[in-house]
Design a protein around this ligand. Structure first.
Ligand code: SAM
Length: 216
């Protein structure tokens, strides 16, 4: 697919910038506050976490879950997450989520700031894979940036896939996929794919809870 190079660059950005990534959780109180939404979410049973990053959410999920399988492509991110969220309940898997097939079903699939990195053309497949990864009664739970956050990004114009430019401390530049989903449109998109979804805005971000089509 034409976005392959972009997805490779996106992985490199996060791997090369893993040690800088956590700074935003230190600098932005709003982001730290957002972590507390986990307390009110229906996190249950065996949880699959997509794109766990430095494990900020992983540790909180583990406190609520029976087990957490946390997947991320970056060795650097997984190393930091492993130190932060060390627990007999948590297992880390290093894998490219555009290639990886969940080997079993889970009660909850959670992803924070991952949906915005999935190219729009891949979303139907993404949601199909999630539906297949959920056990009966299971839910997808997700957190991400809403449209107002776009003002803080260097969004590149006229691309077939929505792209933003990110920079690391050493000045290196990377293009990443960045889709700022609108909560209402996202709810409609999920409904048209047969999901039952509630997506609510939370201070510039959104939090979604969705059940797959009954045959999922
Ligand atoms: N969920 C964490 C959080 O909210 O702090 C991290 C989110 S960060 C925006 C995106 C994460 O996606 C990074 O940890 C990065 O390594 C991971 N990632 C990027 N491309 C990936 C891919 N193709 N497969 C798996 N993980 C990927």
């Amino acid at each position: 697919m034409e976005d392959d190079a972009l997805l490779t660059e996106q992985m490199a950005y996060y791997d090369d910038g893993a040690v800088e990534y956590d700074r935003q959780y230190t600098e932005y109180e709003q982001l730290r506050k957002l972590l507390t939404v986990v307390d009110d979410l229906p996190i249950t049973g065996d949880v699959l976490e997509l794109a766990c990053g430095t494990g900020r959410w992983t540790a909180l999920l583990a406190a609520r879950a029976h087990s957490v399988t946390a997947v991320d492509a970056s060795a650097e991110m997984v190393a930091i997450a492993r130190a932060r969220a060390a627990s007999p309940k948590v297992r880390f898997v290093r894998a490219d989520l555009f290639e990886w097939e969940p080997p079993r079903r889970y009660d909850t699939v959670f992803f924070a700031f991952w949906l915005s990195h999935v190219p729009p053309a891949r979303l139907p497949d993404f949601w199909r894979t999630l539906a297949a990864a959920l056990a009966p009664g299971g839910r997808a739970i997700f957190v991400d940036d809403g449209p107002s956050v776009a003002a803080q990004e260097e969004v590149l114009a006229d691309r077939t896939v929505p792209v933003a430019m990110r920079r690391l401390d050493d000045g290196s530049q990377y293009r990443i996929v960045k889709v700022f989903h609108d909560p209402r449109t996202l709810t409609e998109d999920l409904t048209s794919l047969g999901w039952s979804a509630r997506v609510r805005p939370v201070a510039g971000h959104f939090v979604g809870v969705a059940e797959p089509p009954s045959n999922g």
